[in-house]
Design a protein around this ligand. Structure first.
Ligand code: AMP
Length: 298
């Protein structure tokens, strides 16, 4: 596995792979890799792609009071996991390589970024899209794989690619969860044992919403109240938002439809956790929580 630290090295390697006829697959990450990230690699490989995985903790997407400094970093462990999963190239640029000057030109999303996480993290998606656009220009992938876990991000990346004509296919992979339902996240490393237990309330809240939806409830207000009830019963969980939105416009639903997404953000100790579900098509890990008795186990 090649480790490219500079844009020039990365471009040379991609050029060579392309000359050998391979489509280029790209998985952007901030490192501290886990099975969720690796499931994105699997999807790129299933498409026959030569896979570039980037590891870059993007300073532009963190607010001043957020966790940029203490964000988990484990470069050697990440490289072992990436190589074990068949990644051909890790791109791990320094800040000086990626952002040599404070940017004078950025990608600024419009109203689509004003809800969900965007409302609570001002400037976050400008930072995300600016660096994703730079990475797209550097790697020039045929296909890029993102996770449904960061639902709002995936919607904005799709729109950026469409609105700005990037010749890249965006694939969005389902959320990968621990066996108890907690969505895998690098930030789960912040959770102590008590918070780790309480963190299960996010996926349980989503499961309660799906159960109510399956039971015929369509009033978004009632479905949101189901989730809020579960979150409120967990010790130490401070709910930031529970919303039910259209999967592309992100408009809040009054009556929920199967394609709508219920998205949650909550604070637990020093961690901010997010999770979501497509009401009519829950991911496999969430379906496991829907068995009778899961409600009682809460
Ligand atoms: P991050 O390193 O947290 O910025 O995540 C990099 C990519 O991995 C993003 O596209 C995330 O949505 C995706 N990802 C993170 N956690 C998961 C998960 N549990 N399941 C699937 N994809 C994930």
């Amino acid at each position: 596995m090649l480790i490219a630290r500079t844009i020039a090295e990365l471009r040379a390697a991609v050029r060579e792979a392309r000359a050998r006829g391979r489509p280029i697959g790209f998985v952007p990450t901030m490192g501290a890799l886990h099975e969720g990230h690796l499931s994105l690699v699997d999807r790129a490989r299933e498409r026959g792609a030569w896979v570039v995985l980037s590891i870059y903790v993007n300073p532009l997407q963190f607010g001043p009071a957020e966790d940029f400094q203490r964000y988990p970093r484990d470069f050697e462990g990440d490289c072992r996991l990436a190589e074990g999963r068949g990644v051909e190239c890790v791109f791990a640029p320094s800040d000086a390589e990626m952002v040599p000057l404070p940017p004078a030109v950025t990608v600024v999303p419009r109203a689509l970024a004003d809800c969900l996480c965007g409302r609570h993290r001002p400037g976050h998606f400008e930072g995300v899209l600016t660096v994703v656009a730079k990475l797209f220009h550097i790697v020039e992938p045929d296909i890029a794989v993102f996770g449904q876990k960061d639902f709002h991000q995936s919607v904005l990346v799709r729109r950026m690619v469409r609105d700005l004509n990037f010749p890249i296919e965006i694939d969005v992979a389902p959320i990968l969860r621990d066996s108890d339902g907690l969505a895998r996240s690098s930030r789960n490393r912040y959770l102590g044992p008590d918070d780790r237990r309480a963190a299960r309330s996010l996926s349980r809240a989503l499961a309660a919403v799906v159960l109510a939806f399956r039971g015929g409830e369509r009033r978004a207000e009632r479905l949101r109240a189901e989730a809020q009830r579960v979150l409120a019963s967990a010790v130490g969980v401070r709910t930031e938002y529970v919303e039910i939105v259209h999967p592309e416009t992100l408009e809040a639903a009054e009556r929920a439809a199967p394609e709508d997404v219920c998205a949650i953000a909550a604070h637990l100790g020093s961690a901010r956790l997010i999770d979501n579900v497509i009401l009519g098509a829950p991911d496999a890990g969430l379906v496991r929580l829907l068995v009778p008795g899961a409600e009682a186990a809460r």
